[in-house]
Design a protein around this ligand. Structure first.
Ligand code: HEC
Ligand code: HEC
Length: 526
């Protein structure tokens, strides 16, 4: 079953300060983690053999996961702990009881706050566990059967009305959770995993991240960007960060900040770009960093980010990644250690190398009029990775994300609006008849009523405004609107339509956007 990510419906509100804390380097701890565990947690958690504590010592999770557990201790159980002690503990627990890179693979979208992700879990997990919060919240934990069982007990004890809700009252939720979900979760997400042991003994030292990184990114509604991120050491596992880059349209992307490394690879940065604080959630391994960088106050405004350490050899991206058969275009290769002449495959010729450095090569390309439509592997010397799309005509247009949620806000309240941000992806048809992705194209954007109901309620008029050139949708103000039927709020159910021009021919694609109310509960892992 496919599900959209959304926030939990918990009674427990997370302190906002707690989320901020994860991204800021902690000062040298006044108290060490062992002391805090003893003095702050041991009151309720029973000491066990080998310096262990009940519950706490039998789970592994991400830094966000540990932060949420401890924040829950504060909101639900009256735990008193200073922000500084909590930071020390999250760091210690994420380092000693974290997840190996392979264990977070495929579910990093939750930490990266890609809230429009449509999750792919089996039906039972989606219905039993993924209906109040993301399935990723479950997949980002490791426990033995007993700890999964206690988690189930905690859920029912904390939220007894759970059994009367949809997808529970039609079945014996508690019995299924204990008898079917617990064994399944213990098998799928076990506490003991050789990958974690291996990572603990082989994780590179964090000093290895110090240096200059060449990066490439893409921000929906704005376009591609590239630049250099400089990282200097600033304490153990903490860094100073400075970013110097530029969007393809010339807009600068410069700023400074700091970062902290958890679990040997979980990079969490806080960088202020042009006065706006952005968070970095990256997996930093060896010479590669990858993840998402998004505005702290607007996680929907974020860019896909990939970086290679200078001195290493890697080809990261081709911007833009397409060329039309029979035409000439300028593209930029981004990477590190780039040398030699790039090759773009059959039917594509390098007319001129405009500029060349180890981080960027700008070239003028020409695709032959009869070049076969499809993907070409791009190479520079022995380096490969990205591909170039050659097309003669666009076959179809997709709106990305296909399903999305925007939220009304402000209107006198303190909750910001959550925008909708879209890309128009052009797709071609290969010689084999199979569709292939050409790339993101400029488009003209509009919204329409999704159905009769939305038409009748005039959702298009009230729910917000689509910016025609960028595909950025800004929802309406929060609160009741006397101009609407029954003074309802500015929610809406809309089609998102992109029109892409291909040599005078207009092709359209369609997505679906729900404009809904504010997200009141916004935990670090949705
Ligand atoms: C006032 C009592 C109290 C204190 C103090 C306390 N806890 Fe808990 N803790 C609980 C209770 C009760 C549960 C079981 C119910 C639950 O999961 O909320 C629990 C459960 C947990 C769990 C398991 C959660 C899960 O998802 O299964 C973790 C992890 C945890 N505590 C960590 C800590 C840490 C770390 C500290 C110290 C910073 C701490 N606790 C301090 C009462 C406490
Ligand atoms: C009725 C809604 C609901 C259902 C169903 C539900 N959860 Fe939760 N779950 C919550 C809420 C609310 C929280 C607490 C969020 C917080 O700490 O702010 C939570 C927390 C969690 C956590 C984090 C606990 C921690 O401290 O580490 C995990 C893991 C989890 N759930 C797994 C599951 C699993 C597995 C299932 C299915 C067996 C499930 N959930 C079903 C609502 C639900």
């Amino acid at each position: 079953m496919k599900r959209r990510l959304r926030s939990g419906m918990s009674a427990g509100l997370l302190a906002v300060a707690a989320c901020v804390a994860l991204h800021s380097p902690y000062s040298l701890a006044a108290r060490d983690a062992q002391t805090i565990l003893k003095e702050t947690c041991q009151g309720c958690h029973t000491p066990e053999a080998d310096n262990a504590l009940s519950r706490i010592s039998h789970q592994r999770k991400t830094p966000e996961g540990w932060l949420m557990s401890i924040a829950r201790m504060q909101t639900m159980h009256g735990l008193q702990i200073s922000d500084e002690d909590r930071r020390t503990l999250v760091k210690y627990l994420a380092d000693t009881q974290g997840l190996a890179p392979s264990e977070t693979d495929g579910v990093r979208y939750a930490m990266e706050r890609r809230l429009n992700t449509v999750e792919q879990f089996d039906d039972q997990t989606s219905q039993m566990c993924g209906r109040c919060h993301s399935g990723a919240r479950v997949a980002l934990q490791r426990r033995p059967a007993q700890e999964w069982e206690r988690l189930v007990n905690f859920h029912l004890g904390q939220w007894p009305s759970l059994e009367y809700q949809a997808l529970s009252r039609d079945r014996d939720w508690f019995d299924l959770a204990r008898k079917e979900m617990v064994p399944l979760l213990a098998k799928r997400y076990p506490l003991d995993n050789p990958a974690w042991k291996k990572w603990q003994s082989s994780a590179p030292k964090s000093e290895a991240l110090v240096g200059d990184w060449s990066f490439s990114g893409h921000l929906p509604g704005k376009g591609e960007l590239a630049g250099v991120m400089s990282v200097t050491a600033d304490g153990s596992d903490t860094f100073k960060v400075s970013v110097k880059g530029q969007y393809a349209d010339g807009t600068p992307f410069n700023g400074d900040g700091s970062a902290i490394l958890y679990t040997g690879y979980e990079w969490r940065g806080n960088v202020t770009i042009d006065g706006v604080t952005m968070r970095q959630v990256f997996a930093a391994q060896g010479n590669a960093m990858q993840g998402r960088m998004f505005e702290a106050e607007h996680d929907e405004r974020g860019l896909d980010f990939v970086a290679a350490k200078q001195g290493s050899q890697r080809l990261l991206a081709v911007q833009p990644g397409y060329v039309k058969a029979g035409s000439e275009t300028e593209v930029t290769l981004i990477g590190s250690g780039l040398s030699g002449k790039p090759n773009f495959g059959k039917g594509v010729e390098v007319v001129e190398v405009v500029s060349q450095s180890p981080e960027q090569i700008k070239v003028k390309l020409k695709a032959a009029a009869n070049a076969q439509p499809g993907l070409r592997a791009v190479t520079v010397g022995t380096l490969k990775g990205p591909s170039l799309s050659v097309y003669s005509k666009i076959a179809s247009v997709k709106v990305v994300p296909e399903f999305s949620v925007a939220r009304i806000g402000e209107g006198g309240g303190s909750t910001p609006k959550v925008q909708g941000r879209f890309d128009a992806e052009a797709w071609g048809k290969g010689a084999d008849g199979k569709p292939y992705r050409i790339g993101v194209f400029p488009a003209q954007w509009k919204v329409e009523a999704f159905d009769e109901r939305a038409k009748e309620d005039e959702d298009v008029k009230f729910a917000g405004t689509m910016h025609a050139d960028t595909g950025v949708f800004t929802p309406g103000d929060a609160g009741p609107n006397p101009a609407r039927k029954m003074s309802t709020n500015n929610a809406g159910n809309l089609k998102v339509i992109a029109a892409v021009d291909d040599a005078g021919k207009s092709l359209t694609g369609e997505g679906h956007m729900i404009v809904t109310v504010q997200r009141w509960n916004n935990p670090p892992i949705p």
